[in-house]
Design a protein around this ligand. Structure first.
Ligand code: NDP
Length: 487
Protein backbone atom coordinates (compact mmCIF):
# COMPACT_ATOMS: atom_id res chain seq x y z
CA UNK A 1 0.00 0.00 0.00
CA UNK A 2 1.27 3.49 -0.82
CA UNK A 3 2.05 5.72 2.16
CA UNK A 4 1.55 9.51 2.23
CA UNK A 5 2.98 12.03 4.68
CA UNK A 6 1.86 15.33 6.13
CA UNK A 7 3.90 18.55 6.00
CA UNK A 8 4.44 20.41 9.28
CA UNK A 9 7.02 23.15 9.76
CA UNK A 10 8.95 22.18 6.64
CA UNK A 11 9.21 18.47 7.56
CA UNK A 12 7.39 15.52 6.04
CA UNK A 13 6.20 13.03 8.64
CA UNK A 14 3.98 9.96 8.96
CA UNK A 15 2.01 11.27 11.93
CA UNK A 16 1.35 9.39 15.17
CA UNK A 17 -1.77 7.73 13.73
CA UNK A 18 -2.87 6.75 10.24
CA UNK A 19 -5.91 5.58 8.30
CA UNK A 20 -6.57 3.69 5.09
CA UNK A 21 -7.85 5.52 2.04
CA UNK A 22 -10.34 3.70 -0.18
CA UNK A 23 -10.28 3.58 -3.98
CA UNK A 24 -13.97 4.23 -4.81
CA UNK A 25 -13.76 2.34 -8.11
CA UNK A 26 -12.99 -0.91 -6.29
CA UNK A 27 -14.05 -0.24 -2.70
CA UNK A 28 -10.55 -1.44 -1.63
CA UNK A 29 -7.98 0.34 0.56
CA UNK A 30 -5.02 1.53 -1.57
CA UNK A 31 -3.03 3.97 0.60
CA UNK A 32 -2.15 4.86 4.18
CA UNK A 33 -2.73 8.46 5.19
CA UNK A 34 -1.47 10.29 8.29
CA UNK A 35 -4.32 11.01 10.68
CA UNK A 36 -3.57 14.34 12.33
CA UNK A 37 -4.39 14.54 16.04
CA UNK A 38 -4.78 17.60 18.23
CA UNK A 39 -1.02 17.64 18.94
CA UNK A 40 -0.23 17.70 15.17
CA UNK A 41 -2.68 20.55 14.63
CA UNK A 42 -1.07 22.41 17.52
CA UNK A 43 2.39 22.03 15.95
CA UNK A 44 1.15 23.06 12.51
CA UNK A 45 -0.57 26.21 13.79
CA UNK A 46 2.45 27.00 15.99
CA UNK A 47 4.75 26.69 12.96
CA UNK A 48 2.49 28.91 10.84
CA UNK A 49 2.36 31.49 13.60
CA UNK A 50 6.15 31.57 13.99
CA UNK A 51 6.65 31.74 10.22
CA UNK A 52 4.41 34.80 10.07
CA UNK A 53 6.96 36.94 11.87
CA UNK A 54 10.09 35.07 10.75
CA UNK A 55 12.35 37.16 8.52
CA UNK A 56 12.55 34.29 5.99
CA UNK A 57 8.91 35.04 5.05
CA UNK A 58 8.12 38.45 6.49
CA UNK A 59 11.33 39.87 5.07
CA UNK A 60 10.41 38.95 1.48
CA UNK A 61 9.18 41.71 -0.79
CA UNK A 62 5.73 41.26 -2.31
CA UNK A 63 7.42 40.66 -5.67
CA UNK A 64 9.49 37.85 -4.16
CA UNK A 65 6.30 36.26 -2.73
CA UNK A 66 4.78 36.49 -6.19
CA UNK A 67 7.82 34.75 -7.68
CA UNK A 68 7.45 31.84 -5.24
CA UNK A 69 3.82 31.52 -6.30
CA UNK A 70 4.78 31.57 -10.00
CA UNK A 71 7.26 28.78 -9.28
CA UNK A 72 4.54 26.81 -7.51
CA UNK A 73 2.21 27.36 -10.49
CA UNK A 74 4.85 26.01 -12.89
CA UNK A 75 5.40 22.96 -10.67
CA UNK A 76 1.64 22.27 -10.51
CA UNK A 77 1.44 22.52 -14.32
CA UNK A 78 4.49 20.25 -14.71
CA UNK A 79 3.07 17.61 -12.34
CA UNK A 80 -0.59 18.00 -13.38
CA UNK A 81 -0.82 14.46 -14.78
CA UNK A 82 0.61 12.80 -11.64
CA UNK A 83 -1.63 14.88 -9.37
CA UNK A 84 -4.62 14.10 -11.58
CA UNK A 85 -3.98 10.38 -11.39
CA UNK A 86 -3.78 10.59 -7.58
CA UNK A 87 -7.04 12.53 -7.37
CA UNK A 88 -8.71 10.08 -9.74
CA UNK A 89 -7.53 7.07 -7.73
CA UNK A 90 -8.42 8.56 -4.36
CA UNK A 91 -11.80 10.15 -5.20
CA UNK A 92 -13.02 8.35 -8.34
CA UNK A 93 -13.26 11.58 -10.32
CA UNK A 94 -12.57 10.76 -13.96
CA UNK A 95 -9.11 11.37 -15.37
CA UNK A 96 -10.50 13.48 -18.24
CA UNK A 97 -11.77 15.96 -15.68
CA UNK A 98 -8.95 15.86 -13.10
CA UNK A 99 -6.21 16.35 -15.69
CA UNK A 100 -7.94 19.38 -17.28
CA UNK A 101 -8.91 20.85 -13.91
CA UNK A 102 -5.45 20.53 -12.35
CA UNK A 103 -3.73 22.05 -15.37
CA UNK A 104 -6.10 25.00 -14.85
CA UNK A 105 -5.31 25.15 -11.11
CA UNK A 106 -1.87 26.44 -12.14
CA UNK A 107 -3.61 29.47 -13.67
CA UNK A 108 -5.15 30.31 -10.30
CA UNK A 109 -1.71 30.40 -8.68
CA UNK A 110 -0.43 32.56 -11.57
CA UNK A 111 -3.31 34.98 -11.18
CA UNK A 112 -2.64 35.49 -7.46
CA UNK A 113 1.14 35.54 -8.02
CA UNK A 114 0.58 38.55 -10.26
CA UNK A 115 -1.56 40.25 -7.62
CA UNK A 116 1.05 39.98 -4.83
CA UNK A 117 2.79 43.27 -5.64
CA UNK A 118 -0.34 45.11 -6.80
CA UNK A 119 -1.77 45.21 -3.28
CA UNK A 120 -1.66 48.78 -2.10
CA UNK A 121 -2.29 50.82 1.00
CA UNK A 122 -3.51 54.40 0.65
CA UNK A 123 -2.69 57.95 1.54
CA UNK A 124 -5.77 59.64 2.97
CA UNK A 125 -6.88 63.23 2.47
CA UNK A 126 -7.53 64.39 6.04
CA UNK A 127 -9.30 67.35 7.63
CA UNK A 128 -6.36 68.30 9.88
CA UNK A 129 -3.57 70.45 8.38
CA UNK A 130 -0.78 69.15 10.63
CA UNK A 131 -1.34 65.42 10.04
CA UNK A 132 -0.35 62.86 7.44
CA UNK A 133 -2.57 59.76 7.53
CA UNK A 134 -2.10 56.58 5.55
CA UNK A 135 -3.27 53.00 5.47
CA UNK A 136 -0.88 50.08 5.52
CA UNK A 137 -2.26 46.85 4.12
CA UNK A 138 -0.90 43.88 6.06
CA UNK A 139 -1.44 40.09 6.01
CA UNK A 140 -4.32 39.07 8.25
CA UNK A 141 -2.32 36.30 9.97
CA UNK A 142 -2.52 32.51 10.17
CA UNK A 143 -5.12 31.08 7.78
CA UNK A 144 -6.90 27.77 8.36
CA UNK A 145 -7.97 26.45 4.95
CA UNK A 146 -10.41 23.54 5.17
CA UNK A 147 -11.57 21.75 2.03
CA UNK A 148 -13.92 18.85 1.20
CA UNK A 149 -13.01 15.85 -0.92
CA UNK A 150 -14.19 16.99 -4.33
CA UNK A 151 -11.71 19.14 -6.30
CA UNK A 152 -9.32 19.52 -3.37
CA UNK A 153 -6.50 21.07 -5.39
CA UNK A 154 -8.84 23.51 -7.03
CA UNK A 155 -10.59 24.50 -3.81
CA UNK A 156 -7.29 25.00 -2.01
CA UNK A 157 -5.83 27.15 -4.83
CA UNK A 158 -8.53 29.81 -4.31
CA UNK A 159 -7.52 29.96 -0.64
CA UNK A 160 -3.73 29.49 -0.73
CA UNK A 161 -3.22 31.72 -3.79
CA UNK A 162 -4.58 34.94 -2.21
CA UNK A 163 -3.40 34.03 1.31
CA UNK A 164 0.24 33.57 0.27
CA UNK A 165 0.19 36.51 -2.15
CA UNK A 166 -0.96 38.69 0.77
CA UNK A 167 1.84 37.38 3.04
CA UNK A 168 -0.24 35.12 5.32
CA UNK A 169 0.80 31.66 6.46
CA UNK A 170 -1.46 28.63 6.11
CA UNK A 171 -2.51 25.36 7.69
CA UNK A 172 -4.35 23.46 4.98
CA UNK A 173 -6.58 20.59 6.08
CA UNK A 174 -7.34 18.03 3.38
CA UNK A 175 -10.51 15.96 3.70
CA UNK A 176 -10.19 12.47 5.17
CA UNK A 177 -11.76 11.29 1.90
CA UNK A 178 -9.28 11.48 -0.96
CA UNK A 179 -6.43 13.52 0.59
CA UNK A 180 -3.69 12.04 -1.66
CA UNK A 181 -3.44 14.89 -4.21
CA UNK A 182 -3.08 17.58 -1.52
CA UNK A 183 -0.43 15.62 0.40
CA UNK A 184 1.50 15.23 -2.85
CA UNK A 185 0.97 18.92 -3.65
CA UNK A 186 2.72 19.69 -0.33
CA UNK A 187 5.93 18.33 -1.91
CA UNK A 188 5.62 20.91 -4.69
CA UNK A 189 5.21 23.67 -2.09
CA UNK A 190 8.52 22.58 -0.58
CA UNK A 191 10.16 22.35 -3.98
CA UNK A 192 8.97 25.86 -4.86
CA UNK A 193 11.01 27.15 -1.92
CA UNK A 194 8.44 28.48 0.56
CA UNK A 195 10.16 28.85 3.98
CA UNK A 196 9.39 26.26 6.66
CA UNK A 197 6.02 26.74 8.37
CA UNK A 198 4.53 29.05 5.71
CA UNK A 199 2.41 26.23 4.29
CA UNK A 200 1.51 23.21 6.44
CA UNK A 201 -0.61 20.43 4.96
CA UNK A 202 -2.37 17.96 7.24
CA UNK A 203 -5.26 15.56 6.96
CA UNK A 204 -7.41 13.88 9.54
CA UNK A 205 -10.96 13.49 10.69
CA UNK A 206 -13.36 16.35 11.37
CA UNK A 207 -13.61 16.04 15.17
CA UNK A 208 -9.93 15.55 16.02
CA UNK A 209 -8.42 17.68 13.26
CA UNK A 210 -10.82 20.21 11.63
CA UNK A 211 -12.52 21.02 14.91
CA UNK A 212 -9.20 21.66 16.69
CA UNK A 213 -7.84 23.70 13.80
CA UNK A 214 -10.85 26.00 13.44
CA UNK A 215 -11.01 26.50 17.23
CA UNK A 216 -7.37 27.50 17.54
CA UNK A 217 -6.85 30.95 19.07
CA UNK A 218 -3.81 31.66 16.84
CA UNK A 219 -5.91 31.28 13.66
CA UNK A 220 -7.05 34.70 12.40
CA UNK A 221 -8.85 33.66 9.25
CA UNK A 222 -10.82 30.54 8.28
CA UNK A 223 -11.50 29.77 4.64
CA UNK A 224 -13.92 26.84 4.64
CA UNK A 225 -15.53 24.82 1.87
CA UNK A 226 -17.95 22.06 2.80
CA UNK A 227 -21.51 21.41 3.87
CA UNK A 228 -23.78 23.77 5.86
CA UNK A 229 -23.85 21.44 8.90
CA UNK A 230 -20.06 21.52 9.32
CA UNK A 231 -20.05 25.23 8.50
CA UNK A 232 -22.18 25.90 11.59
CA UNK A 233 -19.55 24.17 13.77
CA UNK A 234 -16.82 26.19 12.08
CA UNK A 235 -18.71 29.45 12.61
CA UNK A 236 -19.22 28.63 16.30
CA UNK A 237 -15.52 27.78 16.68
CA UNK A 238 -14.55 31.02 14.95
CA UNK A 239 -16.86 33.03 17.20
CA UNK A 240 -14.86 31.95 20.24
CA UNK A 241 -11.72 33.62 18.82
CA UNK A 242 -13.52 36.20 16.66
CA UNK A 243 -11.67 34.87 13.60
CA UNK A 244 -12.72 36.13 10.16
CA UNK A 245 -14.60 33.42 8.20
CA UNK A 246 -15.64 32.79 4.61
CA UNK A 247 -17.91 29.85 3.84
CA UNK A 248 -18.34 28.17 0.45
CA UNK A 249 -21.15 25.70 0.97
CA UNK A 250 -23.54 23.51 -0.93
CA UNK A 251 -26.33 24.25 -3.36
CA UNK A 252 -29.49 23.10 -5.06
CA UNK A 253 -28.89 25.10 -8.18
CA UNK A 254 -31.71 25.74 -10.68
CA UNK A 255 -31.29 25.49 -14.44
CA UNK A 256 -34.18 27.41 -16.00
CA UNK A 257 -34.96 26.59 -19.63
CA UNK A 258 -37.41 28.67 -21.70
CA UNK A 259 -39.12 27.37 -24.83
CA UNK A 260 -37.14 29.77 -27.03
CA UNK A 261 -33.77 28.20 -26.05
CA UNK A 262 -31.78 26.03 -28.44
CA UNK A 263 -32.76 22.74 -26.78
CA UNK A 264 -30.03 20.54 -28.26
CA UNK A 265 -27.29 22.85 -27.09
CA UNK A 266 -29.06 23.44 -23.76
CA UNK A 267 -29.25 19.68 -23.16
CA UNK A 268 -25.43 19.51 -23.27
CA UNK A 269 -25.24 22.21 -20.60
CA UNK A 270 -27.81 20.40 -18.44
CA UNK A 271 -25.78 17.17 -18.74
CA UNK A 272 -22.59 19.07 -17.85
CA UNK A 273 -24.36 20.59 -14.86
CA UNK A 274 -25.61 17.37 -13.30
CA UNK A 275 -23.68 14.38 -14.65
CA UNK A 276 -20.13 15.81 -14.91
CA UNK A 277 -18.06 14.82 -11.85
CA UNK A 278 -20.85 12.28 -11.16
CA UNK A 279 -22.89 15.20 -9.85
CA UNK A 280 -20.42 15.72 -6.99
CA UNK A 281 -20.07 19.39 -7.60
CA UNK A 282 -21.20 22.27 -5.40
CA UNK A 283 -22.61 23.98 -8.50
CA UNK A 284 -24.44 20.87 -9.75
CA UNK A 285 -27.49 22.04 -11.70
CA UNK A 286 -29.65 19.57 -9.83
CA UNK A 287 -33.05 21.21 -10.47
CA UNK A 288 -34.14 21.51 -14.10
CA UNK A 289 -36.99 24.04 -14.35
CA UNK A 290 -38.34 23.83 -17.88
CA UNK A 291 -41.18 25.66 -19.66
CA UNK A 292 -44.06 23.22 -20.14
CA UNK A 293 -44.17 23.62 -23.94
CA UNK A 294 -40.51 22.51 -24.22
CA UNK A 295 -40.61 19.90 -21.49
CA UNK A 296 -41.25 16.66 -23.38
CA UNK A 297 -38.77 17.46 -26.13
CA UNK A 298 -36.01 18.42 -23.70
CA UNK A 299 -36.65 15.39 -21.50
CA UNK A 300 -36.46 13.14 -24.57
CA UNK A 301 -33.05 14.55 -25.52
CA UNK A 302 -31.79 14.34 -21.93
CA UNK A 303 -32.94 10.75 -21.47
CA UNK A 304 -31.08 9.68 -24.62
CA UNK A 305 -27.94 11.55 -23.55
CA UNK A 306 -28.05 10.18 -19.98
CA UNK A 307 -28.42 6.61 -21.23
CA UNK A 308 -25.47 7.04 -23.61
CA UNK A 309 -23.07 8.20 -20.86
CA UNK A 310 -20.09 5.84 -20.62
CA UNK A 311 -19.78 4.61 -17.03
CA UNK A 312 -16.49 2.97 -16.17
CA UNK A 313 -13.10 3.02 -14.50
CA UNK A 314 -12.18 6.63 -13.71
CA UNK A 315 -8.60 6.10 -14.98
CA UNK A 316 -9.92 5.20 -18.45
CA UNK A 317 -9.98 8.24 -20.79
CA UNK A 318 -13.13 6.92 -22.48
CA UNK A 319 -15.07 7.03 -19.21
CA UNK A 320 -17.56 9.89 -18.85
CA UNK A 321 -18.93 9.06 -15.41
CA UNK A 322 -17.01 7.38 -12.61
CA UNK A 323 -18.07 6.20 -9.16
CA UNK A 324 -19.21 8.34 -6.25
CA UNK A 325 -16.41 9.12 -3.80
CA UNK A 326 -17.73 7.11 -0.84
CA UNK A 327 -20.18 4.38 0.13
CA UNK A 328 -21.80 6.98 2.41
CA UNK A 329 -22.59 9.16 -0.62
CA UNK A 330 -23.99 6.24 -2.55
CA UNK A 331 -26.28 5.18 0.31
CA UNK A 332 -27.54 8.76 0.76
CA UNK A 333 -28.44 9.02 -2.94
CA UNK A 334 -30.18 5.63 -2.96
CA UNK A 335 -32.28 6.66 0.04
CA UNK A 336 -33.34 10.04 -1.39
CA UNK A 337 -34.24 8.59 -4.80
CA UNK A 338 -36.29 5.87 -3.13
CA UNK A 339 -38.12 8.40 -0.94
CA UNK A 340 -38.74 10.68 -3.95
CA UNK A 341 -40.29 7.85 -5.96
CA UNK A 342 -42.48 6.98 -2.96
CA UNK A 343 -43.69 10.58 -2.80
CA UNK A 344 -44.84 10.63 -6.43
CA UNK A 345 -41.76 11.44 -8.56
CA UNK A 346 -41.63 9.53 -11.87
CA UNK A 347 -38.45 7.80 -12.99
CA UNK A 348 -37.39 9.03 -16.46
CA UNK A 349 -34.13 7.07 -16.45
CA UNK A 350 -31.56 5.54 -14.08
CA UNK A 351 -32.53 5.14 -10.42
CA UNK A 352 -30.20 2.26 -9.59
CA UNK A 353 -26.59 1.16 -9.28
CA UNK A 354 -25.07 -0.83 -12.16
CA UNK A 355 -23.91 -4.34 -11.26
CA UNK A 356 -20.32 -4.89 -10.11
CA UNK A 357 -18.10 -3.46 -7.39
CA UNK A 358 -17.36 0.19 -6.56
CA UNK A 359 -19.62 3.08 -5.59
CA UNK A 360 -21.34 3.56 -8.96
CA UNK A 361 -24.82 4.98 -9.61
CA UNK A 362 -26.54 5.44 -12.97
CA UNK A 363 -27.30 8.93 -14.37
CA UNK A 364 -30.80 9.52 -13.05
CA UNK A 365 -33.64 11.84 -14.08
CA UNK A 366 -36.72 12.19 -11.88
CA UNK A 367 -39.82 14.02 -13.07
CA UNK A 368 -40.85 15.76 -9.85
CA UNK A 369 -43.50 18.16 -11.24
CA UNK A 370 -46.34 18.67 -8.78
CA UNK A 371 -44.64 16.65 -6.01
CA UNK A 372 -42.87 17.42 -2.74
CA UNK A 373 -40.11 14.94 -3.62
CA UNK A 374 -37.00 15.09 -1.44
CA UNK A 375 -34.83 15.19 -4.59
CA UNK A 376 -36.13 18.72 -5.25
CA UNK A 377 -34.95 20.14 -1.94
CA UNK A 378 -32.07 17.93 -0.70
CA UNK A 379 -28.51 18.47 -1.89
CA UNK A 380 -27.67 14.98 -3.16
CA UNK A 381 -24.15 15.55 -4.45
CA UNK A 382 -24.75 12.86 -7.03
CA UNK A 383 -25.98 12.27 -10.61
CA UNK A 384 -29.67 12.90 -9.96
CA UNK A 385 -31.64 15.55 -11.85
CA UNK A 386 -35.00 16.66 -10.42
CA UNK A 387 -37.30 18.11 -13.11
CA UNK A 388 -40.01 20.71 -12.50
CA UNK A 389 -42.07 22.62 -15.09
CA UNK A 390 -43.61 26.09 -15.36
CA UNK A 391 -45.91 28.16 -17.53
CA UNK A 392 -44.88 31.78 -16.92
CA UNK A 393 -41.62 33.63 -16.23
CA UNK A 394 -42.87 34.64 -12.77
CA UNK A 395 -43.50 30.98 -11.96
CA UNK A 396 -39.99 30.08 -13.15
CA UNK A 397 -38.47 32.70 -10.82
CA UNK A 398 -40.58 31.48 -7.90
CA UNK A 399 -39.47 27.85 -8.44
CA UNK A 400 -35.82 28.82 -8.97
CA UNK A 401 -35.77 30.79 -5.71
CA UNK A 402 -37.71 28.20 -3.69
CA UNK A 403 -34.57 27.01 -1.88
CA UNK A 404 -32.59 28.14 1.15
CA UNK A 405 -29.43 27.77 -0.98
CA UNK A 406 -28.17 30.35 -3.47
CA UNK A 407 -24.91 29.24 -5.06
CA UNK A 408 -25.26 28.93 -8.84
CA UNK A 409 -27.97 29.10 -11.49
CA UNK A 410 -28.39 28.77 -15.23
CA UNK A 411 -30.83 30.49 -17.58
CA UNK A 412 -31.36 29.32 -21.14
CA UNK A 413 -33.22 31.65 -23.50
CA UNK A 414 -32.70 33.50 -26.76
CA UNK A 415 -34.62 36.51 -25.44
CA UNK A 416 -32.07 39.09 -24.30
CA UNK A 417 -34.49 41.19 -22.24
CA UNK A 418 -35.70 38.10 -20.42
CA UNK A 419 -32.10 37.03 -19.74
CA UNK A 420 -31.49 40.39 -18.06
CA UNK A 421 -34.72 40.19 -16.06
CA UNK A 422 -33.85 36.70 -14.84
CA UNK A 423 -30.34 37.85 -13.88
CA UNK A 424 -31.90 40.45 -11.60
CA UNK A 425 -34.56 38.14 -10.14
CA UNK A 426 -32.61 34.93 -9.47
CA UNK A 427 -31.21 34.67 -5.97
CA UNK A 428 -27.76 33.09 -6.46
CA UNK A 429 -24.11 34.13 -6.34
CA UNK A 430 -23.51 33.05 -9.94
CA UNK A 431 -25.86 33.30 -12.93
CA UNK A 432 -24.77 31.56 -16.11
CA UNK A 433 -26.73 32.57 -19.20
CA UNK A 434 -26.75 30.06 -22.05
CA UNK A 435 -23.80 28.25 -20.47
CA UNK A 436 -23.09 26.30 -17.27
CA UNK A 437 -20.18 25.33 -15.00
CA UNK A 438 -17.74 27.97 -16.25
CA UNK A 439 -15.13 29.27 -13.79
CA UNK A 440 -12.09 31.53 -13.91
CA UNK A 441 -9.55 32.95 -11.44
CA UNK A 442 -10.70 36.41 -12.54
CA UNK A 443 -14.37 35.83 -11.63
CA UNK A 444 -15.53 35.94 -7.98
CA UNK A 445 -17.40 32.84 -6.85
CA UNK A 446 -19.62 32.26 -3.82
CA UNK A 447 -23.18 32.07 -2.61
CA UNK A 448 -26.09 33.47 -0.63
CA UNK A 449 -28.08 31.99 2.25
CA UNK A 450 -27.25 28.36 3.09
CA UNK A 451 -24.65 28.42 0.31
CA UNK A 452 -22.43 30.56 2.48
CA UNK A 453 -20.86 33.97 2.51
CA UNK A 454 -17.75 35.53 1.04
CA UNK A 455 -16.30 35.27 -2.44
CA UNK A 456 -13.31 33.35 -3.76
CA UNK A 457 -11.48 34.36 -6.95
CA UNK A 458 -11.31 37.78 -8.52
CA UNK A 459 -9.35 40.88 -7.51
CA UNK A 460 -11.17 41.61 -4.29
CA UNK A 461 -10.80 38.16 -2.78
CA UNK A 462 -7.20 38.96 -1.84
CA UNK A 463 -8.37 41.83 0.38
CA UNK A 464 -10.06 39.26 2.61
CA UNK A 465 -6.59 37.99 3.55
CA UNK A 466 -5.41 41.44 4.63
CA UNK A 467 -6.22 43.96 7.31
CA UNK A 468 -5.50 47.65 7.26
CA UNK A 469 -3.57 49.65 9.80
CA UNK A 470 -4.24 53.39 9.96
CA UNK A 471 -1.09 55.41 10.67
CA UNK A 472 -1.23 59.04 11.95
CA UNK A 473 1.88 61.23 11.76
CA UNK A 474 1.87 64.71 13.25
CA UNK A 475 3.97 67.09 11.13
CA UNK A 476 3.91 70.15 13.42
CA UNK A 477 6.96 70.98 15.53
CA UNK A 478 4.81 72.95 18.02
CA UNK A 479 4.06 71.38 21.41
CA UNK A 480 0.91 69.23 21.54
CA UNK A 481 -1.97 71.58 22.43
CA UNK A 482 -4.71 71.09 25.08
CA UNK A 483 -4.39 67.37 26.06
CA UNK A 484 -8.02 67.29 27.30
CA UNK A 485 -9.59 67.90 23.87
CA UNK A 486 -9.85 65.22 21.25
CA UNK A 487 -7.85 66.07 18.16
P1 NDP B 1 -18.07 18.48 5.05
O1 NDP B 1 -18.65 19.78 5.48
O2 NDP B 1 -18.48 17.24 5.72
O3 NDP B 1 -16.46 18.54 5.17
C1 NDP B 1 -15.70 19.63 4.70
C2 NDP B 1 -14.37 19.69 5.44
O4 NDP B 1 -14.61 20.04 6.80
C3 NDP B 1 -13.63 18.35 5.47
O5 NDP B 1 -12.25 18.57 5.38
C4 NDP B 1 -14.01 17.82 6.84
O6 NDP B 1 -13.11 16.89 7.36
C5 NDP B 1 -13.97 19.09 7.66
N1 NDP B 1 -14.66 18.99 8.93
C6 NDP B 1 -15.55 18.06 9.36
N2 NDP B 1 -15.98 18.34 10.62
C7 NDP B 1 -15.35 19.48 10.98
C8 NDP B 1 -15.40 20.30 12.14
N3 NDP B 1 -16.16 20.00 13.19
N4 NDP B 1 -14.65 21.42 12.17
C9 NDP B 1 -13.89 21.77 11.11
N5 NDP B 1 -13.79 21.03 9.97
C10 NDP B 1 -14.52 19.91 9.91
O7 NDP B 1 -18.33 18.42 3.50
P2 NDP B 1 -18.24 17.16 2.53
O8 NDP B 1 -16.88 16.55 2.66
O9 NDP B 1 -19.42 16.32 2.71
O10 NDP B 1 -18.28 17.91 1.12
C11 NDP B 1 -19.43 18.14 0.42
C12 NDP B 1 -20.00 19.53 0.67
O11 NDP B 1 -19.08 20.54 0.24
C13 NDP B 1 -21.26 19.74 -0.13
O12 NDP B 1 -22.24 20.39 0.62
C14 NDP B 1 -20.79 20.65 -1.26
O13 NDP B 1 -21.79 21.38 -1.88
C15 NDP B 1 -19.77 21.50 -0.59
N6 NDP B 1 -18.87 22.12 -1.56
C16 NDP B 1 -18.97 23.48 -1.75
C17 NDP B 1 -18.18 24.09 -2.71
C18 NDP B 1 -18.21 25.58 -2.92
O14 NDP B 1 -17.25 26.12 -3.47
N7 NDP B 1 -19.26 26.29 -2.56
C19 NDP B 1 -17.26 23.31 -3.55
C20 NDP B 1 -17.25 21.91 -3.25
C21 NDP B 1 -18.06 21.35 -2.28
P3 NDP B 1 -13.40 15.31 7.17
O15 NDP B 1 -13.43 15.09 5.69
O16 NDP B 1 -12.26 14.69 7.81
O17 NDP B 1 -14.73 15.04 7.85
Amino acid sequence: MRRFQQLIDGQFEDGAASFESIDPATGEAWALMPRAQAADVERAVGAAHRALSDKAWRGLTATQRGKLLYRLADLVAEHAQDLALLETTDTGKIIRETSAQIAYVAEYYRYFAGLADKLQGAHLPIDKPDMEVWLRREPIGVVAAVVPWNSQLFLSAVKLGPALAAGCTVVLKASEDGPAPLLEFARLVQQAGFPAGVVNVITGFGPDCGQVLTSHPLVSRIAFTGGPGTARHVMRNAAENLAHVTLELGGKSPVVVFEDADLDSTANAVVAGIFAATGQSCVAGSRLIVQRSARDRLLGILKAKAEAIVIGAPQDRATEMGPLATQRQLSHIEEVVKASLASGAKLVTGGSAPSGSGFYYRPTILDCSGTEAAAVSTELFGPVLAVLDFETEAEAVRLANATPYGLASGVFTSNLSRAHRMTRDIRAGVVWINTYRAVSPMAPFGGFGLSGSGREGGLESILDYTRTKTVWLRTSDDPIPDPFVMR
